[in-house]
Ligand binder design. Structure first.
Ligand code: SF4
Length: 369
């Protein structure tokens, strides 16, 4: 989706990365004193979410750059940390939770990188393993068109040994990562789905084959990899198609270089339903049978979820038995019936992931608890 308007917060107009951004996007930036002006323009549009994808606002992150992933105590959580480089996305997936997350939605890119680096230095000094990713409130690699943020972070993480950086994307914007000395501390992750779901529900993203080619390329540059099957969507023949995606992954990359694979099924807060119905009229996503989960989200019935999970996990275990596979936000019964165990309540999943990345990415193993 093309960005057609650039706004710049008056507070940051003299930052060098603002000048750089403006020259690369080739748009005359409009300086604003008050962000409410942009919010109003977005809110008054007939489709505020669409409008928000056409507008970028360069500003300071006035809160924390590093945040805990908002998991819940009800479902097993992975203990991931979010590095908050910006918000929203110019691709347009029907199920995107960010459509309801920001009020209003807005593509912001935070330019106060000195603050960001200071926060990173602080966690690099801690006696703990950290898994840090930029792909929760935005797509990690959409900003590559206009910035060098990924390269900056890859280089920053290469110089320490207690944290890994995860860049998660549905793009193939990997070119700038080729000649970096990453020192094994960056994991490139792709969100995966079947060609059917990508075509029907992931507008403006890249096709599965392109994601796989990009993964193969970065593997040849020495990066470790991860894949996220989330959301898995239920439809006729989905089990076979998800298994086929797993086969395609391991035709393209070697299991030894895959740190982990996460899986989760389609779930949504009730207000996302109306947005999907309004903005994605062709989508059938929300017309299945759902139950109200303990976290207030709607999810597929447990037997449906289990069957999808068991299909995909059996294929992964067949082709890549040593790769760590885990659920994003699932309950004990699902863990038990799929993997035959439940992670310890005391950050069990988090510790499993720490151990895996410490081994694969050369982190200080003395920090493992
Ligand atoms: S790529 Fe991710 S962030 Fe972007 S629209 Fe799709 S789900 Fe949302």
């Amino acid at each position: 989706m093309p960005v057609t308007k650039l706004y710049i917060d008056k507070e940051v107009e003299d930052y060098s990365n603002v000048r750089e951004f403006s020259s690369r996007i080739d748009l005359e930036g409009e300086i604003v004193d008050d962000q409410q002006v942009i919010f109003d323009i977005i809110q008054e549009s007939s489709d505020p979410i669409q409008k928000a994808k056409e507008v970028i606002f360069l500003t300071r992150n006035k809160g924390a750059f590093i945040k805990k992933c908002p998991g819940t105590s009800i479902y097993t959580c992975c203990g991931y940390k979010i590095l908050h480089i910006g918000t929203f996305c110019d691709m347009d997936c029907s199920y995107c939770i960010l459509q309801t997350y920001f009020h209003p939605p807005i593509m912001q890119y935070f330019v106060n990188h000195i603050d960001m680096m200071t926060e990173l230095d602080r966690i690099f000094e801690e006696k703990a393993i950290h898994r840090v990713g930029t792909g929760e409130f935005t797509d990690s690699l959409i900003w590559e068109k206009w910035t060098d943020i990924a390269s900056k972070l890859v280089t920053k993480f290469s110089k320490q040994n207690n944290s890994i950086l995860e860049l998660k994307s549905k793009t193939v914007n990997i070119k700038k990562l080729e000649n970096l000395n990453h020192n094994g501390k960056t994991i490139l992750a792709w969100s995966m789905n079947t060609p059917h779901v990508i075509k029907e529900e992931e507008k403006d993203t890249t096709p599965l084959k392109a994601r796989l080619r990009a993964a193969q390329k970065v593997e040849s540059w020495g990066y470790k990899l991860a894949f996220h099957f989330d959301p898995m969507v239920f439809y006729d023949n989905c089990h076979e198609e998800y298994k086929d995606v797993v086969r395609q992954i391991f035709k393209n990359v070697s299991p030894e270089n895959v740190a982990y694979i996460s899986i989760g099924s389609f779930r949504f807060m009730p207000d996302l339903k109306q947005i999907i119905q309004k903005r994605f009229k062709e989508s059938t996503l929300v017309y299945g049978e759902f139950i109200h989960g303990l976290d207030n989200k709607m999810r597929y019935f447990k037997p449906l979820r289990l069957k999808m999970y068991q299909a995909i996990v059996s294929e992964i275990k067949l082709l890549a038995p040593d790769v760590l596979v885990y659920f994003c936000m699932e309950d004990d019964e699902i863990w038990e019936k799929t993997f035959g165990f439940v992670p310890d309540k005391d950050e069990g999943l988090s510790k499993m992931l720490d151990k895996r990345v410490a081994k694969l990415c050369g982190l200080n193993k003395g920090l493992l608890i």
